[in-house]
Design a binder for this molecule. Structure first.
Ligand SMILES: [Zn+2]
Length: 303
């Protein structure tokens, strides 16, 4: 009875009237001014590469991509500064020597600072899968978040939705494979923690951005590899991490570099405990990742 009655009501009559009044125009997302002091940049305006960009705020900090490289990787960062104004000013001011192609605000707005064709200065000393000039082969995306030094808040959903939309476009434009979407901590594990263990890689992967496998549950007991350990098990761990792309020497010793890379792996894939100790859960998660990547590779016809 009830069901039948419902289907007879035209759909537009079932729409609930939204409570008013609506916020004034100046409060709308489109009209709100970007929190940046005017005149902080001397760079030329350009046409944004992506339709999801709401504002262009040109940064003077960029150059040409070396050896005519094309971007084939996305590096995700957090800004790690207490406020948006400071972060944008730093990325767009002469003399700071830092920039990124995009900045994603907490409210989901996306600002482009450097054209995709140019080499932005976001990765610094870094390494991935044999490549050391990460800036020349990547698109850098800065996500506004205060970071570990300033309380490290959760990433709002609308911000993550914007990151996903942005990354999907970049991947399409540059035919960029999912496994080349990485965090700054992945390419610079000894120096960087961003975007950090709160970054929802799982949500991104569910939208086809980045690779993710379910982390194996934390377990007590079982073999754990930790600093000071050496031998074939450590070698196997190092080889697996290196084959994924991490900059790690397979020498069989659980040295400082190994601990840093394991920490980076945990931030990305097993965030429940980030301690640099390759416990059973970490090793199992790494194994799942290797299996998933091999399956993906086989699906794509190898190479
Ligand atoms: Zn970074």
């Amino acid at each position: 009875m009830r069901k039948r009655a419902l289907t007879r009501v035209p759909y537009w009559r079932t729409i609930v009237k939204l409570p008013g009044p609506f916020p004034p125009e100046t409060e709308s997302k489109r009209k709100r001014a970007l929190p940046l002091p005017k005149g902080s940049t001397s760079a030329e305006l350009f046409v944004p590469d992506s339709s999801v960009v709401s504002d262009v705020m040109p940064s003077p900090n960029f150059g040409e991509r070396n050896d005519g490289r094309y971007p084939d990787m996305i590096v995700l960062h957090y800004t790690g500064m207490p406020d948006v104004e400071g972060a944008l000013t730093r990325l767009c001011s002469e003399g700071t020597d830092v920039s990124a192609h995009y900045v994603v605000l907490e409210d989901g707005r996306i600002v482009q600072c450097v054209p995709e064709s140019k080499r932005a200065w976001h990765a610094g000393a870094a390494f991935w899968a044999g490549e050391t000039d990460i800036n020349s082969c990547s698109i850098g995306v800065e996500i506004i978040n205060r970071g570990h030094d300033w309380g490290y808040p959760d990433y709002p959903l609308r911000q993550i939705a914007a990151v996903i939309a942005l990354c999907r476009g970049i991947m399409l434009r540059h035919d960029l494979p999912s496994h080349r979407v990485l965090g700054h901590s992945d390419v610079a594990p000894g120096r960087k923690q961003d975007p950090g263990e709160k970054f929802p890689w799982q949500s991104l992967a569910h939208s086809g951005v980045g690779v993710w496998v379910p982390p194996a549950p934390l377990s007590h007991g079982g073999e754990a590899l930790k600093p000071g350990a050496s031998g074939d098990a450590v070698l196997g761990l190092q080889e697996a991490l290196a084959s994924y792309g991490y900059g790690i020497a397979a020498n069989g010793d659980y040295d400082k570099a190994t601990m840093e890379v394991v920490t980076a792996f945990q931030r990305h894939f097993r965030p429940a405990r980030v301690d640099g100790v390759a416990d059973h859960s970490t090793l199992t998660t790494l194994q799942s990742l290797m299996t998933a990547l091999a399956a993906q590779n086989a699906l794509n016809g190898g190479s």
